[in-house]
Design a protein around this ligand. Structure first.
Ligand SMILES: CC(C)(COP(=O)(O)OP(=O)(O)OC[C@H]1O[C@@H](n2cnc3c(N)ncnc32)[C@H](O)[C@@H]1OP(=O)(O)O)[C@@H](O)C(=O)NCCC(=O)NCCS
Length: 210
């Protein structure tokens, strides 16, 4: 499949929010809020515009990935790292390598931009194929001082995290104000919310890895 990747532009914002809503709808819980999340992330100071990429197939936007800066908080020092998400591929285009291309392309770019590492919460079975490793290997914990298997680390150059340990902190930018979200959601076409198998699978994964 012929795919083109390019940075997201302001003209793409609405379409990307619709795409994000399509990709996440009913996947993790009935409905989704990731389209509101991306709407807010773009306005945050931690947002990394240079790593906000879309994938196009025949001029249609079929995928998107966004990155923000986060911190590893050590005893006496904070270190800036990256985290990504939401990452979305239109349902009818999933499992054709588009998500993989977006991830690999932006990993390469992140390294070129001089960042040390990317830390994410994700399904280890999916992200290990890109080279993400468990945070325990780096002595980096979540805010509760634990090493959940879903907390994954990608070092962007050899030994980039040498001497860097501590707590991974994404701040509060992934938090959603439910009232604001309700208002935002009114601007989209109505979609039916229901319980799905993927939601059951997500609960299993969350119980296993978080
Ligand atoms: C997750 C997502 C971005 C992956 O993009 P994609 O283009 O479908 O993925 P690719 O084609 O590059 O990779 C497909 C492979 O990843 C696997 N995979 C995809 N999503 C996965 C997940 N959440 N957990 C585990 N494996 C997953 C597929 O089973 C497939 O495996 P295979 O190669 O062994 O057959 C896309 O499926 C999507 O938008 N999902 C809904 C939103 C979402 O869950 N986003 C991620 C959380 S932020």
């Amino acid at each position: 499949m012929k795919l083109k990747l390019r940075p997201e532009e302001e003209n793409d914002y609405r379409l990307v929010e619709e795409l994000t809503r399509e990709a996440f709808w009913n996947v993790y819980f009935p409905g989704c809020n990731e389209h509101f999340l991306i709407h807010n992330l773009r306005k945050a100071s931690e947002f990394v515009k240079e790593l906000d990429f879309i994938a196009l197939h025949n001029n249609q936007i079929v995928g998107n990935i966004v990155y923000v800066e986060a911190k590893i908080k050590g005893n006496d020092k904070e270190h800036t790292v990256l985290t990504f998400g939401p990452i979305s591929v239109l349902p009818e285009y999933q499992n054709r390598g588009i998500g993989g291309e977006l991830i690999n392309h932006t990993i390469k770019l992140s390294g070129e931009m001089g960042y040390k590492a990317i830390l994410i919460y994700g399904d280890p079975e999916y992200y290990k194929r890109f080279g993400f490793k468990e945070s325990k290997a780096f002595n980096i914990t979540n805010k509760d001082g634990k090493y959940p298997a879903a907390l994954l680390v990608f070092e962007l150059y050899p030994e980039a995290l040498n001497g860097i340990t501590g707590i991974f902190d994404e701040g509060s930018i992934y938090e959603i104000d439910e009232n604001e979200f309700e208002e935002f959601e009114k601007g989209f076409v109505e979609k039916e919310k229901f319980v799905t198998k993927s939601q059951e699978r997500f609960i299993e994964i969350a119980n296993k890895y978080l």
